[in-house]
Design a protein around this ligand. Structure first.
Ligand SMILES: [Zn+2]
Length: 298
C-alpha cells in the first residue's frame, strides 16, 4: 500500500528515515545501485518529496497503524489553500481578475477548447497496456452515475482486449469513508473483473495529483503510455495537465457521444476556468521567474 511521507528524522547512524502517514517508518537511503533515491540525499529533495506516496510493506502485512484524522469542511478548505501554495493562489487571483474585468469573455476561448475536445475525443483507443480511470466524489459512499460511466468505459476497454489493466485514480474526497479508487475497484470486482487486473492509486484528490501519481506508477511498472479515461467535459483539462507533465497518453471519452445539456455548459465553464487558471499559473511563473512552481505543473 502506498502511503504519503509526512516527515523525516535521522537514525542514530545519521541515515534518513521517512515517517509515513500510516504511522510506519522507512529508511530512504540513496545508495546506488541498490537504492536509487537521489532526492533523499539533499534537504531540498526531501522537502520536495514531502506528501509523495511511498510503498509501505508494513501496511500490506498489517494495515495502517494510525488513521489520519478527517478534517471538517472548513479544515478541508484551509488544507486545500495550503496545498495550493502561494503561486497557485496568485494565479487563481489573476484568473478571477481576468474573468471579472472581461465580464467572463476571457473564458470563451477556453470553453471552445473544452467543448472541442469533448466532442472530438473517441471512446475506442486501440491497444495499450493500461487505462487510467479518473474518480469522481462518491455520493453516500457509493459510486455515482458519472463515475459509473467512466468505470463502464474502462470495463469495455478491458473486455474488448484493448487494455490489459485498469488503474483507478482517486483518494478520499468529500465526506466519504473510502477512497474513490476503492469504491471503483469494488464495483468492477462485483462485475467480475479479476482483482489482479486492477491497480488503485488512492492518495490523490485532484487532476494534477491524479496524473502526477499515475506518472510515478507508470514509471514503476514500465508502462510506456497511459490511456486516460474521463467524462467528455473533463478531457481538455486532463490532456493539458498530462502534456504539462510530459506524459505519453491517449484520451478516451467515457460517454459514447457528447450530449448538449444545460449541465454540460455549467461543467464546461468550470473547466474553462481551470484551463485559464492553468495558463495564468504558467504566465505567473514566467513573469516571476519562478521555476519551482513551473516544475510543479510540469
Ligand atoms: Zn504503513
Amino acid at each position: 500500500m502506498r502511503q504519503r511521507i509526512s516527515g523525516y528524522h535521522q537514525d542514530e547512524l545519521g541515515d534518513w528515515v521517512a515517517e509515513l502517514a500510516c504511522g510506519h517508518q522507512q529508511h530512504v537511503r540513496h545508495q546506488p545501485p541498490w537504492f536509487n533515491r537521489p532526492w533523499a540525499a539533499t534537504e531540498a529533495g526531501r522537502r520536495a518529496y514531502l506528501g509523495m506516496p511511498l510503498d509501505c510493506p508494513y501496511c500490506d502485512r498489517e494495515g495502517p497503524r494510525v488513521q489520519p484524522p478527517r478534517p471538517n469542511r472548513w479544515g478541508r478548505v484551509l488544507e486545500h489553500v495550503r496545498n495550493m501554495q502561494l503561486d497557485g493562489f496568485w494565479a487563481l487571483c489573476l484568473g478571477v481578475l481576468l474573468t471579472v474585468v472581461t465580464v467572463g469573455l476571457s473564458l470563451l476561448p477556453f470553453l471552445v477548447q473544452v467543448l472541442w475536445v469533448a466532442a472530438r475525443t473517441r471512446c475506442r483507443v486501440g491497444a495499450a497496456p493500461v487505462a487510467a480511470v479518473f474518480g469522481v466524489c462518491l455520493t453516500d459512499n457509493q459510486v455515482g452515475a458519472e463515475y459509473a460511466r467512466r468505470l463502464e468505459r474502462g470495463l469495455a476497454l478491458l473486455e474488448a482486449g484493448e487494455v490489459e489493466y485498469l488503474l483507478l485514480l482517486g483518494g478520499v474526497t468529500g465526506d466519504a469513508a473510502r477512497s474513490e479508487a476503492e469504491a471503483g475497484r469494488a464495483l468492477l470486482q462485483a462485475r467480475g473483473v479479476a482483482g489482479d487486473r486492477i491497480f488503485t492509486e488512492d492518495l490523490s484528490r485532484h487532476t494534477l495529483e491524479n496524473l502526477r501519481n499515475a506518472r510515478e506508477l507508470a514509471r514503476d511498472r514500465g508502462w510506456p503510455e497511459l490511456v486516460l479515461v474521463s467524462s467528455r467535459y473533463h478531457l481538455a483539462r486532463v490532456g493539458l495537465t498530462a502534456r504539462g507533465l510530459s506524459l505519453s497518453y491517449r484520451l478516451c471519452a467515457a460517454e459514447s457521444r457528447l450530449r448538449l445539456t444545460p449541465g454540460l455548459i455549467g461543467c464546461g465553464l468550470r473547466e474553462a476556468f481551470y484551463l485559464q487558471w492553468y495558463w495564468c499559473g504558467k504566465l505567473w511563473s514566467v513573469l516571476t521567474r519562478n521555476h519551482k512552481s513551473l516544475e510543479r505543473i510540469s
